[in-house]
Design a protein around this ligand. Structure first.
Ligand code: COA
Length: 199
């Protein structure tokens, strides 16, 4: 119990709780391990992730969560658990890798398959992008998706990211080489989207 509270308190310092219309984003902690394992150990989710093994065991989820905890303490990443703010149920996870010297960060996410296509990923991504530019004062955010991942492509486009290129066959997943589409959003572009009411 003590470890749970410690991990949550530690996370809170680095990944503040964020609110959006329907969601609550709170720092990820070891108490989320069972939810993470259940959601990621689902081919619908796993097939679209870049490096996560399948099957995905509880031990793997524990190691991943502890590594994230360590990264948050060292300032190299922030990860949130996404919950529905009315039901308080686990919806998914979203994080940013931080490259502070470059004032740059990379967005990562997955949503539990039962919760797909409700706009949750777009809503959470937008909230984190606001945090990236308004609170962390980053110059740039970037994100990638595998070429065939149309749901992720749609989220990225709705967030206003600009397509920067196709990193051809740069990812080997389950024995197959895949193209990875790369997108970026600069501070000035974010401010222009904000002026248009997109943020
Ligand atoms: C990608 C992912 C996070 C999106 O989560 P989500 O909460 O369903 O996303 P949203 O509801 O905000 O948006 C999804 C969009 O994709 C669209 N979409 C979904 N499946 C689609 C399909 N087969 N063809 C075309 N569009 C599709 C939806 O219609 C929606 O767009 P719309 O709002 O314009 O209608 C989720 O599918 C997921 O977890 N996938 C597995 C892991 C993954 O891909 N992670 C990202 C790695 S880059």
């Amino acid at each position: 119990m003590c470890a749970l509270v410690d991990s949550w308190l530690q996370g809170l310092k680095i990944a503040p709780t964020l609110y959006s219309q329907r969601l609550l984003l709170r720092p990820i902690c070891v108490g989320d391990v069972a939810h993470i394992q259940r959601c990621v150990n689902d081919r619908r989710v796993s097939d679209n992730l870049s490096y996560t093994p399948y099957p995905y065991t509880i031990e793997m989820a524990e190691i991943w969560t502890r590594n994230v905890d360590k990264g948050m303490t060292q300032g190299t990443c922030c990860y949130w658990t996404i919950c529905n703010n009315k039901m308080n149920n686990f919806v998914g996870s979203m994080g940013i890798s931080l490259y502070r010297e470059q004032e740059n960060c990379e967005l990562h996410y997955w949503i539990s398959a039962e919760e797909w296509n409700k706009g949750y990923c777009t809503e959470a991504s937008k909230r984190i992008i606001v945090h990236v530019f308004e609170d962390l004062n980053m110059h740039r955010a970037h994100v990638t998706h595998r070429e065939h991942n149309v749901a992720s492509k749609s989220v990225i486009e709705k967030c206003g990211f600009v397509l920067e290129g196709n990193s051809r066959e740069s990812l080997k997943r389950f024995g197959k080489f895949e193209n990875v589409m790369m997108y970026g959003l600069l501070r000035d572009e974010y401010l222009a989207l904000k002026a248009k009411g997109i943020y």
